[in-house]
Design a protein around this ligand. Structure first.
Ligand SMILES: [Zn+2]
Length: 162
């Protein structure tokens, strides 16, 4: 599931720089109001390091569509870990506030370490809205999850590592 925001780039349009939520969308976005070609900013994640433990998650948020930059960054770090550990970065145009960014960063950090090794390619770890899907058995984690998952959906407990 790829999420993103489409922005109108027509300064004469009432919806200029106003975001439209996009799900599994391509790279072409037309403003629904003025019908001109706008631009798409997709949520993306990447990491540095090659250990399989993540110590730090950075969430870049408060995207500025006019300058094409993320204005702020929230960092959550697990100080109980030492040595060389990976740092994961999420850039999301969907996150606007620090409170939300910190919550998402915390959820990602917990999930990366719980399901380590499951991250491949440009997958984005689950964040809070869909966190319950993490209770699914590991083989199901990569399956697409819709916003409409019901609470009864795949709640098989996963053994805690100690
Ligand atoms: Zn427009």
């Amino acid at each position: 599931m790829k999420r993103g925001v489409g922005y109108c780039e027509n300064t004469d349009c009432e919806d200029y720089a106003k975001g439209v939520f996009l799900l599994n969308h391509g790279d072409t976005f037309y403003c629904p109001r003025c019908r001109q070609l706008g631009k798409v900013e997709k949520e993306r994640g990447f990491y540095t390091g090659n250990s399989d433990i993540f110590k730090e998650v950075r969430v870049e948020y408060n995207f500025d569509p006019i300058n094409g930059v993320y204005r702020e960054i929230a960092i959550v770090r697990d100080e109980s870990l030492w040595g060389r550990n990976n740092v994961y970065t999420l850039q999301s145009p969907l996150i606007k506030t620090e409170k939300r960014a910190l919550k998402v960063a915390e959820a990602i950090l917990a999930n990366l370490n719980r399901y380590r090794g499951l991250l491949n390619g440009d997958d984005i770890p689950r964040t809070t809205e869909i966190i319950r899907s993490l209770d699914a058995p590991a083989r199901d984690v990569a399956r697409p999850v819709t916003e409409h998952s019901t609470p009864s959906d795949a709640r098989t407990p996963v053994a805690q590592r100690s």
